[in-house]
Design a protein around this ligand. Structure first.
Ligand SMILES: [Zn+2]
Length: 308
């Protein structure tokens, strides 16, 4: 009988893994920075993290959330922010090394599933989880199952257009939510307005800290990002009829109400239909653990990228 599952969260900043029990609690967690370098270097770092968590025990099932894009049918990943992995056969490599069944999905979808099962979306039958971090992503969980769409990319709220005349987006479009609300874009906007940073401190944490201390530019930058999130959510909720949205990810977790407050205000201003107004906009509840918990939850979903 399975007592716990291995959840693996692979991003451009860190590789994290944990033992997750059936109630979504992480009992052993390890992480290390994602190395730059070739595919083998990244793979070796991942193996080191996983081996450390397993501590010599076997594992039957592994759930993996990874940055996209990916070819889920083939189990290959090409994360934009991990240049060493292009068409990297992650699922087969993990299966071969650990003899485990591997379920693989987009990291934002894993996060959404984790929040729906164990966090801010508990009890919701129609849920949108979103991440505001280095990028902006999201995942829909309807009837307890992640919504895949044709290619597994449903829920990409970061590329909902909120300002057709807005800034260029990394996707090639213009005025996407991500082009305005992703961490680096928020910081760039603040810099343009004259925000000076906070010494040598990393810019994301510095922006939130100076905003909390009352810096008007830092506050305006987070407000602007939150407003864009709220505008996108008004459209997304009208389209999907979800009843709960949870907002997480590094920037949103750090900024809290400085970002989610303006998001709620803009959502209320733009979302006027009764069913839209009935949707709750919440802060994500699992923090930085959502990725691992959600990845582990993927193994319970039939067909979540798993090959037997
Ligand atoms: Zn875009």
């Amino acid at each position: 009988v399975r007592q716990w599952t291995l959840g693996v969260d692979i991003g451009g900043t860190k590789l994290a893994a944990g033992r997750v029990d059936d109630s979504g609690v992480i009992t052993r967690r390890r992480e290390r920075p994602t190395p730059t370098g070739d595919g083998a270097t990244v793979w070796d770092a991942l193996v080191a993290v996983v081996d450390d968590v397993l501590a010599g025990e076997g594992i039957a099932q592994i759930g993996v959330g990874c940055g996209g894009p990916m070819d889920r049918a083939g189990g290959c990943v090409s994360p934009l922010n991990i240049p060493g992995w292009r068409e990297f056969p992650l699922r087969d490599q993990l299966q071969d090394r650990y003899g485990a069944r591997v379920a693989l999905h987009n990291d934002a979808i894993a996060m959404a599933l984790g929040e729906q099962q164990f966090g801010a979306g508990r009890g919701s039958d129609a849920f949108l989880g979103m991440v505001v971090s280095t990028g902006v992503g999201g995942g829909l969980v309807i009837g307890g199952r992640p919504v895949d769409g044709r290619t597994g990319n449903a829920g990409h709220i970061g590329h909902v257009v909120v300002d057709p005349a807005g800034p260029r987006c990394t996707c090639g479009g213009r005025g996407c939510l991500e082009a305005i609300a992703r961490g680096p874009a928020v910081i760039a906007w603040a810099r343009e307005q004259g925000w000076a940073g906070d010494g040598d401190r990393a810019q994301g944490p510095a922006l939130v800290a100076t905003a909390r201390a009352g810096d008007p530019i830092a506050l305006a930058a987070l407000t602007r990002a939150g407003q864009a999130v709220g505008v996108a959510l008004a459209s997304a909720v009208a389209l999907t009829d979800v009843d709960v949205v949870a907002i997480g990810g590094g920037l949103a977790n750090a900024a809290g109400d400085l970002l989610i407050g303006p998001a709620r205000t803009a959502f209320a201003a733009h979302g006027q239909l009764d069913f839209v107004r009935g949707c709750a906009i919440r802060a994500a509840a699992l923090g930085a653990d959502a990725g691992i918990v959600g990845a582990a939850a993927l193994v319970g979903i039939d067909g979540a990228g798993a090959a037997d």
